[in-house]
Design a protein around this ligand. Structure first.
Ligand code: SAM
Length: 271
């Protein structure tokens, strides 16, 4: 198996990054620490080469042809345990603990499962930072702040655990084969392990109809009077739209609706 005989497989989201300056930019943007690197989808190993130069790497690749190629390219690094290649679907591997030590995720992700992978990494207490290439539109959602049109549950979940910023935008010409969309590398530096399934459920309902008011959306889940009281306490207008509320206010709203709802229940309200 050699590099020239590899044909990119669409079903695995294979768009190999060729642009050396983008590869270097990714490595330069890596947070400075002694965490292990997890690379999802090493592909032909072009990013992996840069990564094993600076850190030890645990890689997950689903394509068996690519696994064989990587095993021959990185014989020395595998023998010295600088690199470990796990051949298989990373989402299956993630059904239990992915890696048992602190790690940073650094990858050019397969776009068809990129959001899912990032949400899993955000919820994984062993994952400390996330530096990934994804479709530009997805990167913008994770990095958006309140008031921006694309601000939604992804931006709030990212901001709830740390900070998120775009490192660089990348055109289709940087890849072979070229994707149909623009891409971007972005960085989430985690500072806490907040991971609350119920809070995320509230966000999904809050943004279910982004143009409607927040009260209208959330009234599917919460009593309308509880919502009105909570918004008043936060000094938010009843007409506020979901993208106009800050991450901090969403957390306050979550706490308030829980405590006000509880109070109404104990009073035997008309709910
Ligand atoms: N890192 C390489 C690069 O930058 O050129 C390849 C990136 S390519 C966009 C995505 C890679 O993820 C491919 O190698 C693909 O086979 C791999 N991949 C796709 N689905 C996967 C999965 N479920 N688990 C692990 N790897 C996967």
């Amino acid at each position: 198996m050699n590099r020239e005989s590899i044909v990119a497989k669409k079903k695995f989201g294979q768009n190999f990054l060729k642009d050396q300056s983008v590869l270097r930019q990714i490595v330069e943007a890596m947070p400075k620490n002694d965490h292990k690197i997890v690379e999802i989808g090493p592909g032909l190993g072009d990013l992996t080469k840069f990564l094993v130069d600076v850190k030890s790497v645990e890689a997950f690749e689903v394509d068996t042809d690519l696994c064989k190629l990587l095993q021959s390219i990185f014989k020395k690094e595998i023998a010295t345990k600088r690199l470990c290649i796990n051949c298989g679907d990373v989402l299956k591997a993630w059904q239990s603990e992915l890696v048992s030590e602190p790690y940073d995720l650094v990858a050019n992700l397969p776009y068809y499962i990129a959001t899912n992978i990032i949400l899993k990494a955000l919820a994984d207490p062993m994952c400390k930072n996330i530096l990934v290439m994804v479709q530009l539109e997805v990167a913008e959602k994770f990095c958006a702040t309140e008031g921006e049109k694309v601000f939604g549950s992804l931006g709030i979940i990212a901001q709830s655990v740390g900070t998120a910023k775009i490192v660089t935008k990348v055109p289709p010409t940087a890849f072979d084969p070229q994707p149909k969309v623009d891409s971007a590398v972005f960085l989430i530096e985690k500072s806490t392990d907040r991971n609350d399934k119920e809070f995320e459920d509230m966000l999904r309902v809050a943004f279910s109809q982004p143009r409607k008011t927040l009260v209208k959306n959330l009234s599917v889940k919460y009593d309308k009077r509880v919502l009105q009281e909570a918004l008043e306490k936060l000094e938010l207008a009843l007409t506020v739209r979901p993208h106009q509320v800050s991450t901090n206010d969403y957390h306050q709203l979550y706490k308030l609706t829980r405590s006000l709802d509880g109070r109404r229940d104990t009073r035997g309200s008309t709910k």
